[in-house]
Design a protein around this ligand. Structure first.
Ligand SMILES: Nc1ncnc2c1ncn2[C@@H]1O[C@H](COP(=O)(O)OP(=O)(O)OP(=O)(O)O)[C@@H](O)[C@H]1O
Ligand SMILES: [Mg+2]
Length: 251
């Protein structure tokens, strides 16, 4: 005899929840592997090709200081030196974008500040950051990386697609959640763009949010422009401030 409808629908809800949890775990694992690959490639670019280019530049420096160079040879070597310098700067930028050193050694707040400065400088857009450093002192690599990548893609899109002049990021802790908003004053995202085939940025954002068990909404803001709202449950360990000594208790 078939089970009563209520227990059948309860069973289906249970199966749905299990499937959702499995999908979340799988997505988190995929993101982790992707991030490990980025870290490895970034380190190899920096330590391997970066060191090689630096060594070649030192050799060019030695040649430039050698006696008896014809002016045309000196000019050519100067050009080689300048191109090597540009290549080293580009390589550092690419390696840093793959895996920012500051995220591993400074934490989420300075990493997001560095994103803000970098994007501001390169785009000419006005980038404002509203965040409390204490809210972002979280000791969870998956969480920090996820938040960083979400903000990075939001900023990148604002600069690449919005046509606006200003972008605002805010990151606040409310109860046991982190609320992230990225909003620009551009033309606003179209409904059809939300699932554009071949576009990976928004998809990646959604995957990160799913892996961290949060929610995301992307759409046109009331006053025009695009607005992205993300809510993420804080990782279990919570911010470092929870374990901090009360003020005045000394070292
Ligand atoms: N801030 C924005 N303002 C206006 N349109 C936007 C904005 N962000 C995204 N879009 C639109 O949504 C589309 C999808 O964005 P998505 O980040 O997924 O892909 P992409 O930026 O085109 O490519 P990539 O895969 O390199 O991220 C964009 O091509 C753009 O048309
Ligand atoms: Mg994009």
């Amino acid at each position: 005899m078939p089970p009563p409808l209520t227990s059948r629908s309860q069973g289906r809800r249970h199966a749905d929840r299990q499937a959702e949890a499995r999908l979340r775990e799988l997505t988190a694992a995929t993101q982790r592997v992707r991030e490990q690959d980025r870290t490895r490639i970034s380190r190899e670019l920096h330590d391997d090709i970066g060191q090689l280019l630096a060594a070649v530049r030192m050799d060019v420096g030695l040649l430039l200081r050698a006696q008896g160079l014809a002016p045309s040879e000196h000019h050519l070597l100067k050009q080689v030196d300048s191109r090597l310098h540009d290549a080293i700067v580009s390589l550092r930028r690419i390696a840093a974008a793959l895996r920012p050193h500051v995220l591993d050694h400074g934490g989420l707040f300075p990493a997001i500040q560095a994103l803000q400065h970098d994007f501001c400088k390169r785009s000419g857009m006005q980038c404002s950051l509203f965040a409390d450093e204490a809210d972002l002192q979280l000791d969870d690599d998956d969480f920090n990386t996820g938040v960083y990548r979400i903000v990075q893609e939001g900023l990148h899109n604002a600069i690449a697609h919005s046509g606006g002049t200003a972008v605002t990021m805010s990151l606040y802790r409310l109860d046991h959640q982190l609320l992230i908003t990225i909003a620009d004053d551009g033309k606003g995202i179209e409904e059809a763009d939300l699932h554009k085939p071949g576009s990976l940025g928004l998809l990646g954002m959604r995957e990160r949010v799913l892996a961290l068990g949060g929610d995301i909404s992307i759409g046109k803001d009331e006053g025009g422009g695009t607005r992205i709202d993300v809510t993420l449950p804080l990782p279990p360990a919570g911010p470092a401030e929870d374990n901090a000594l009360p003020p005045g208790s000394g070292i």
